[in-house]
Design a protein around this ligand. Structure first.
Ligand code: ATP
Ligand code: LTN
Length: 330
């Protein structure tokens, strides 16, 4: 029996946060044993917001090194850079033709990012979810492991697959999201009502996977809590709840255990311990990351081989699509 296909990606739009790690990358590693996984670095998506070209290049390699350091294995999975496979941009054009403006304008991420970039509201930001649908549909993916914030985009990918299939005949697999129940959304350390985001202007709002111990201790110390003073997991204490979530995913302890262990203990001690738990979790990844970043030739070999494998699979789907919409074969 053929293995089911998994597709996911991260934008090289800055340093990755522990939100990206917990909500996405960490979960991808185990999936490699059971599924045929494609893990992409979505550089085409990254240019929907302004990027400095040399930083984008550097960040793309950094994300690849983080993938490898986190346990993604090029022997088991296909690791590649989105712009290396032309079919992504080409399928986007076709899917644009069956995408409704109304549905795209209801996307939460678009509305939020549009607010933040009033001066340069570019068209790519609007069709961003169509490109994401193309990523997924090209590989006939069954499952897409993402954080909670991407659920709406996944719905759109499913709609587009069904719409195309109905209009032209069965072509795409209709993908399903795979969202961890616990820790699917890590919130900002400065405002626990919004998600932790690498594009936040306040660097105290996030912890990067590559942050050094001192930075982690400082940021956790400054994390917003409340005046209640108890380590309790509830919605009246969103800051503490978020910190407990982070503690739980990094230590493996349940929130009940954490509540018990920290009964009558102040936030200061809890935060000190939390910082150490995060440092312990990130240090091995950082060490491996340094190793891979020193081996640029190796990184190049990985992304070139990845592109070749991905291109083969993607072209199979794109050829079908071009035929169905009525393009003459070249
Ligand atoms: P930006 O903040 O720059 O818009 P992002 O971090 O939201 O970027 P990506 O880098 O594309 O966006 O996200 C990669 C993956 O990380 C996605 O699966 C997303 O759901 C997940 N993710 C991002 N932020 C969080 C978070 N705070 N908590 C859990 N998962 C997250
Ligand atoms: N939009 C996603 C990144 C992304 C993605 C994908 C995730 C682009 N293409 C395909 C899963 C599958 C985000 O996390 N911001």
């Amino acid at each position: 029996m053929e293995r089911k296909v998994v597709f996911s990606g991260v934008q090289p739009s800055g340093g990755l946060t522990i939100g990206n790690y917990v909500g996405a990358i960490k979960n991808w590693v185990d999936l490699q044993e059971e599924y045929d996984c494609y893990y992409c670095i979505v550089d085409l998506h990254a240019i929907t917001v302004p990027q400095v070209p040399k930083d984008l290049r550097q960040n793309t390699l950094k994300v690849l090194a983080i993938y490898l350091a986190s346990g993604m294995d090029s022997e088991k999975s296909t690791l590649f850079i989105q712009s290396h496979v032309r079919a992504h941009a080409e399928l986007t054009w076709v899917l644009n033709s069956i995408s409704y403006m109304g549905q795209l304008s209801r996307m939460t991420q678009f509305k939020e990012k549009a607010k933040r970039s009033e001066e340069n509201l570019n068209a790519a930001l609007f069709t961003y979810p169509v490109l994401m649908a193309s990523d997924i549909l090209l590989y006939q993916a069954d499952l897409v492991p993402v954080g909670e914030d991407q659920k709406q985009h996944l719905e759109l990918a499913r709609d587009l697959a069904e719409r195309f299939n109905n209009k032209y005949s069965e072509t795409f697999k209709v993908p399903a999201p795979l969202i961890q129940k616990f820790g699917a959304k890590i919130m900002s350390l400065q405002n626990p009502e919004v998600k932790m985001s690498k594009s936040d202007t306040d660097e105290n709002a996030y912890i990067l996977i590559l942050d050094k111990p001192d930075a982690i201790r400082r940021k956790i110390k400054r994390a917003v809590t409340d005046s209640i003073g108890e380590i309790k997991y509830n919605d009246d204490q969103l800051g503490v709840k978020n910190l407990m979530n982070i503690y739980s995913v990094f230590s493996g302890d349940s929130v009940e255990t954490i509540e018990n262990n920290y009964q009558g203990v102040g936030y200061g001690k809890f935060k000190e311990d939390l910082a150490e738990v995060i440092i312990e979790g990130l240090t091995p990844i950082q060490e491996k990351y340094d190793y891979f970043m020193k081996n640029k030739d190796y990184l190049e070999k990985i992304y070139k081989e990845g592109a070749e494998k991905a291109n083969y699979a993607a072209m199979k789907t794109l050829r079908k699509v071009y035929k169905k919409v009525g393009f003459i074969q070249p």
